[in-house]
Write a protein that binds this ligand. Structure first.
Ligand SMILES: Cc1cc2nc3c(=O)[nH]c(=O)nc-3n(C[C@H](O)[C@H](O)[C@H](O)COP(=O)(O)O)c2cc1C
Length: 358
């Protein structure tokens, strides 16, 4: 019998979960050249069916959203059929019902012409190239200089997100999580270090949050706000996107999202110093999921102290398909192997063992 807060059921204004140990979204690049979800991916998620909330890897909303090999998409009938089968299989593997969300992303400037239809330029709010090297068919190459989105282009991208969200909802997901962090398209709009626009999508915090808020509103209209979640990374400069004043930016964002009835807000911020999250917690009226560097003890403290409602685990869930049970019984954890994180076979993907008692 556990007394841990981590294993208390959660009843939120929108989201209900059987306990508090969620699976963070993780790109694993196992969808091959077709980018269609396959049986190996279904096995991986089924193995992790005991999560309080499963957030899938980031899924490309359209062909122009792509920036990596082997990431799955939401834009063909085969992809939709693959996800429908996968989500049904994961549900049938769940012992207690728990929500399953599809993370939607558009890589924006974190892309290369070789991933783009007809070799075109990637899209971004501004035209500065991402200061990163990308894994392409011809080896590591610098991210390609992007084309700054026009207003018509922004409206098209919003429509692509709406179509992907509808497809996810129709396929049986409980909802979608907008990937608003880690330097991808939404983050490129949010953060001053990347967004140089002079129209209403650039400038102060209220302008830089506009694209994300438009996405939230358009998707909410299509599938209902209770099926929409947002993930942000206020302080991490992944993919060369940073902001000098995250408190102001994310205060503006939470003020805009409050009252919309969203499923949850997912904060990526180091467990040791969740400064922005503390402010968000005070101002947000919905469920908060925290992530980044948590272990069992830190997660328990975050729930107990009221910082968060759920804690998501990335690398620990990757390496421990039965992570909630291991936490519950105090079992040792398998170590993740970074060499097999991004692409490859079943090795380092579905090969991590579950805990067996004695
Ligand atoms: C292999 C790998 C892939 C990831 N892919 C994504 C992703 O697709 N979307 C996302 O929002 N975060 C992604 N992340 C970040 C994780 O969700 C999480 O924020 C990070 O691992 C920190 O949490 P942890 O300390 O529990 O591992 C990825 C992390 C890893 C290790």
């Amino acid at each position: 019998m556990t007394t841990s807060k981590l294993f208390e059921p959660y009843r939120g204004p929108v989201l209900n979960t059987p306990h508090r140990v969620a699976m963070a979204p993780m790109t694993r690049n196992r969808a091959g050249e077709t980018r269609v979800p396959n049986e190996l991916m279904a096995t991986y998620y089924k193995q992790r069916a005991s999560a309080a909330l499963i957030v899938t890897e980031a899924v490309d909303v359209s062909p122009r959203a792509v920036g990596y090999p082997g990431t799955p998409g939401w834009y063909t009938d085969e992809m939709k059929a693959g996800w429908k089968k996968l989500v049904a299989e994961v549900r049938s593997a769940q012992v207690a019902p728990a929500p399953i969300f599809s993370q939607l992303f558009h890589t924006g400037r974190v892309s290369h012409t070789s991933f783009q239809p007809e070799g075109g330029a990637p899209l971004s709010p501004s035209s500065d190239a991402a200061p990163v090297q990308l894994y392409t068919a011809e080896g590591m190459q610098a991210a390609s200089p992007p084309e700054a989105l026009t207003k018509e282009g922004i409206a098209e991208v919003v429509a692509e997100y709406v179509a992907a969200a509808r497809a996810a909802f129709d396929a049986g997901f409980d909802g979608i999580e907008i990937n608003g962090g880690n330097g991808y398209l939404v983050d490129q709009f949010l953060k001053a270090g990347c967004n140089q626009r002079t129209d209403e999508y650039g400038g102060g915090p209220d302008d830089r949050i506009r694209f994300l808020v438009e996405l939230v509103d358009a998707i909410s209209l299509a599938i209902g706000p209770s099926h929409v979640a947002v993930r942000v990374s206020p302080v991490n400069p992944t993919n060369g996107v940073s902001d000098p004043d995250p408190q102001s930016l994310y205060t503006a964002l939470v003020d805009a999202l409050r009252g919309k009835g969203l499923a949850y807000l997912h904060m990526i911020e180091p467990a040791a110093s969740p400064e922005v999250t503390r402010v968000i917690r005070e101002r947000f009226d919905g469920t908060i999921v925290v992530n980044d560097g948590y272990d069992k003890a830190l997660a328990e403290a975050a729930i107990r102290d009221g910082l968060a409602d759920l804690v998501s685990f990335g690398k620990a869930f990757l390496a421990n398909p039965d992570l909630p049970r291991r936490f519950d019984v105090g079992a040792p954890l398998n170590e993740p192997d970074p060499a097999t994180f991004y692409g490859g076979t079943d090795e380092g993907y579905t090969s991590y063992p579950s805990w067996t008692d004695g």
